[in-house]
Design a protein around this ligand. Structure first.
Ligand code: KIV
Ligand code: NA
Length: 268
């Protein structure tokens, strides 16, 4: 099997919905790989795996390590990695240097947050051979500007600004854009307006694709998951039960059994 390419994803505008899930580790990437079009190494890794309160403390070194792991664990899904906060906003050159490290780690494209403000940076990267996915609407790295993780584009002026951001990203050469946490009609309008595939999360069923955080759909991230998450499994309960059974077996000296331990030949 051959890996899904970035031009193949870009060509899916208005076609069969693009399926994206996050992955941070090789074993999870291996399990998701047959089912998705792309694996996203999201900077959500900071919150989901490392227990951070937000994504602001995620480093490029973390993203490189998780990208390498996901690349090793997969063979067919396209690999897209987030540029973390502080590694791309100050200049196109800074963005290029950070992106080059993610591509060297195995990513085929990078994702960065921001609209018209980031357009010059997006074209700088694209002209130099780095495919870019945009990310607009609720942009978690702007947590403190938004005053929390809250739905964006509620009034007409805010909606118009997000549409303008989508246009600017498209003109800059992004191959696709994530639309997160906006009112449904706005996500639908952007999808109808721009020529590149939109990937929704808390957006619209009419987006050209959907993305969710894998740990959320597996029921690993606690009870306070956002409204836009659909839970497809309850792995927290499965893990709780496995750990409890192991603890009970150890305390009752039921584990290890004969099958799990080694005896010298003479004693058998
Ligand atoms: O970091 C992330 O996981 C993301 C997706 C939720 C789009 O950016
Ligand atoms: Na992200």
């Amino acid at each position: 099997t051959r890996r899904v390419t970035i031009p193949e994803l870009a060509a899916r505008k208005g076609g069969q919905p693009i399926v994206v899930l996050t992955a941070y580790t090789a074993p999870i990437a291996r399990l998701l790989d047959p089912h998705v079009d792309a694996l996203l190494i999201g900077d959500s890794v900071g919150m989901v795996l490392h227990g951070m309160d937000d994504t602001l403390g995620v480093t490029l070194d973390m993203m490189v390590l998780h990208t390498q792991a996901v690349k090793r664990g997969s063979t067919r899904a396209a690999i897209i990695a987030d540029l973390p906060f502080g590694t791309y906003q100050s200049s196109p050159q800074q963005a290029f240097d950070a992106s080059a490290k993610l591509l060297a780690a195995g990513a085929q494209a990078v994702k960065l947050e921001g609209g018209r403000t980031m357009a010059a940076t997006i074209s700088f990267l694209v002209e130099r051979g780095i495919p870019v996915m945009g990310h607009i609407g609720l942009t978690p790295q702007s947590l403190h500007t938004m005053g929390g993780f809250r739905v964006q584009g509620r009034d007409e002026a805010a909606a118009e600004k997000i549409i303008d951001d989508a246009r600017a990203i498209t003109e800059a050469g992004a191959f696709s854009v994530v639309i997160e946490g906006v009112m449904e009609p706005l996500a639908r309008r952007i999808t109808e307006t721009i020529a590149i595939p939109t990937i929704g999360i808390g957006a619209s069923a009419d987006c050209d694709g959907q993305v969710l955080v894998t740990d959320d759909i597996l029921g690993l991230t606690g009870d306070a998951t956002p409204r836009f998450v659909q839970r497809y499994a309850d792995l927290a309960a499965t893990i709780d039960e496995a750990a409890r059974k192991f603890a009970d077996d150890v305390r009752a000296r039921r584990f290890p059994g004969k099958a799990h331990i080694f005896f010298p030949k003479a004693a058998q």
